[in-house]
Design a protein around this ligand. Structure first.
Ligand code: SAM
Length: 256
């Protein structure tokens, strides 16, 4: 299970460099248990039909062109694990095109199972490092971004491996249209503080008005496997929602 803390313990062997960016390393497991034949078939037959192949570094990807219909909006989920949240959102919003990026092959195979079972035609998948997709998307192309339970990397010397960094948020803010929403969940209080520090950013504003706003999962935010395990283990998740400020407002805040 990709969400288990011990599965993300890095080893040099599990570190993967992503093509074109020799200094970027992705830590964490790429594959878990051997896949059942049905899952292997999905990877062989269905994934090539809906896979996102990012362009070479410097290239730009038109996300709407990935779909057989004209999506009313594009949403992105980074590190979707087994994909239950992504599949739920896709079924609930059939007019939206959903992009999912996940490095863990077993998780990708699990999402493919959901896509086939429910006949979902509005999901496209990058199997690999989400940063390849983040680099390639055009500005203002995303209306929602989900980063649910990113690996907390609790040791100080591993903080640089955290997915949520100032640099990532700046890039996501560029990709998000005005008013777009960024949702981040974590069950780690130290990582929550870190996320809020990184998100003290002129381009985004935290939507919480009181603790109830981030302690309670919104109705349109289904639980993930990682969340269920965290709760079973006695941890309390935080559900953080941020709004992309209108561009004129955020440049005024920067100037002021
Ligand atoms: C703790 S798990 C959470 C999974 C899922 N979001 C959930 O809530 O059940 C974090 C996931 O992020 C994925 N991940 C971490 N860094 C990634 C990256 N740079 N690109 C794609 N996936 C990544 C891992 O493979 C793992 O499945």
């Amino acid at each position: 299970m990709p969400g288990d803390r011990d599965t993300s313990v890095p080893t040099e062997r599990s570190a993967e460099r992503y093509e074109g960016r020799s200094r970027r390393i992705l830590y964490g497991r790429r594959q878990g248990r051997p896949l059942r034949p049905g899952r292997r078939r999905l990877l062989r037959e269905l994934l090539p039909e809906i896979r996102i192949d990012p362009p070479p570094p410097g290239g730009v990807l038109d996300p709407a062109a990935l779909f057989a219909f004209r999506p009313e909006a594009i949403w992105l989920e980074i590190g979707f694990g087994s994909g239950e949240h992504l599949a739920w959102q896709a079924a609930r919003s059939p007019g939206v095109g959903l992009l999912g990026a996940e490095h863990f092959v077993n998780g990708v195979a699990a999402l493919l199972g959901e896509i086939e079972a429910h006949g979902l035609d509005n999901i496209r998948i990058l199997q690999g490092d989400a940063r390849a997709l983040i680099d390639a998307l055009p500005a203002e192309s995303l209306a929602r971004v989900f980063v649910l339970f990113p690996d907390p990397w609790p040791k100080t010397r591993h903080h640089k491996r955290r997915l949520i960094q100032r640099e990532t948020l700046t890039r996501l803010a560029t990709l998000m249209s005005d008013g777009a929403e960024l949702r981040i969940a974590t069950d780690d209080p130290a990582y929550q503080r870190w996320i809020l520090e990184q998100a003290a950013h002129p381009a985004v504003c935290w939507l919480a008005e009181g603790p109830g706003d981030w302690r309670t999962r919104p109705a349109d935010w289904p639980p993930t496997r990682y969340e269920q395990k965290a709760i079973a283990d006695g941890r309390r998740p935080a559900f953080l929602r941020f709004r992309r400020q209108a561009r004129r407002e955020s440049s005024a805040a920067r100037e002021g």
